[in-house]
Design a protein around this ligand. Structure first.
Ligand SMILES: [Zn+2]
Length: 129
């Protein structure tokens, strides 16, 4: 979801704005329900902004062994940078908008456990023969 930083664009370096947005869907991620993220944008220079994003969500995953569905709470709290002319580790500013969906999606994927178990001694898929 794009957030307009037009007000900050006209502000002095070091100026900050706070935003709260609701994210209801993200590619490849199975969300239990929409969640809110808190965003603090700090103007570093005229064309570079630090973006601090925090939020809590629940992601639907499957047990790695028995494939039982599980709800996995995830807390994000990270900084990223948006720039008019971004390098590989930065995100582009489109006109006066920043779109945080993809940085948030990548952070959630980074934090998602890949070998989640429903219980420590999960015995896996039970065969019925
Ligand atoms: Zn299991």
């Amino acid at each position: 979801m794009p957030i307009s930083i037009l007000g900050l664009n006209r502000s002095h370096d070091g100026a900050q704005e706070h935003y709260e947005v609701e994210i209801s869907s993200l590619d490849d991620i199975d969300l239990l329900k929409p969640f809110k993220v808190q965003i603090t944008v700090t103007k570093l220079r005229h064309d570079i902004y630090d973006v601090h994003i925090t939020g809590d969500m629940v992601v639907k995953l499957d047990c790695h062994r028995c494939l039982k569905p599980l709800d996995s709470p995830i807390h994000i709290d990270f900084h990223t940078v948006f720039a008019d002319e971004p390098d590989e580790e930065e995100w582009p500013i489109a006109k006066n908008d920043i779109d945080i969906d993809e940085p948030v999606r990548q952070e959630i994927l980074f934090l998602t456990p890949t070998q989640l178990l429903c219980q420590l001694d999960c015995s896996g898929i039970q065969s019925k023969n």
